[in-house]
Design a protein around this ligand. Sequence first.
Ligand SMILES: [Zn+2]
Length: 326
Amino acid sequence: MTARRQDWKSDLRRLPVQVRPLPGELVFSYMHRLGRANRTGTGLLLDHLGEGTGWTISRQIHTYDLELNEHAFFRLSLLSGYYEDPLRRVLHVRRTRKGWPPAYTWHRFTSRDNDLVRPCSHCAARYNVQTLAMTKRPSVLPICLRHGRALAPHTEPRAVDQSLHPAPEILTAWRRFTILRRRRRNTVTTAFTTASEITNDWARAKTGSADHIAQRWRDRAALLPDVTGDVIRSPETIALTTLFARHPGLLRVPQLPSRGPTPMIFLAHAARYLDHPEPRRLLDQGSPLLHWAQGSELPAWWLPNTREPDRSIYTALRNNTIPTVL
Ligand SMILES: [Zn+2]
């Protein structure tokens, strides 16, 4: 144990330059910026926060975060010049365990930390962020709605955020989703999860050039070459989210086709919400929506197809029209 490692026993004062934390910023990212603004090393600041592992990963904020116990967090609040509670509300704090002495541990990012992003460059400019920073993404997808930008994931330290204005339908869908989240609080999370699974599977399905929805995604990706697939697919994901949030019974279609709404009713709704230009494509055997609606059951309804109103829906879709369903 060297003398330097006992720095956490000394009294602390606010650093001369105060640094405003970004919303959702990770603790290590914030400490790094605090050190840079005050022209001091992150390692030295860590020594003053508490006992740690003794090794410093001074620049790898895209790979590591810090976990502080409550006494170490208190010392960070002293250094930063912000009170503990507001600082805790703004930062993304992993854990603050009780116990003496003040201490920190490292958290290495894993594939489960896929919700970490570089902050939006326009937001960062407002906060006078000069160096690399890392934040929790502000919503279920990596988008800054305020500035209409797709955010870069933490795994790509050199990537930058991009304007989404070449595909305005993405931002329109996101504004709708914001309203939907307020109005359908109880169903929107499940609806979004299921809709995302469907569009993810759809993107992987290799449906060919006749698939209008996959073609939409290819066209959008050509306009926004570095934007992640989940953002590219988000207008269709949100269209299906809206459908499920308004008609939660449709979420049970793959499990209970004999008792609940039938796959045909789901397809009719989906054709309308996706504004599908050629609805009969949804009946193709390779159709990802049909595949989801059938679930793991054999499609017993498919060949006889005697149930009404399934027969009329089927006929309407075959004729490339979108049927009206209750
Ligand atoms: Zn922004």
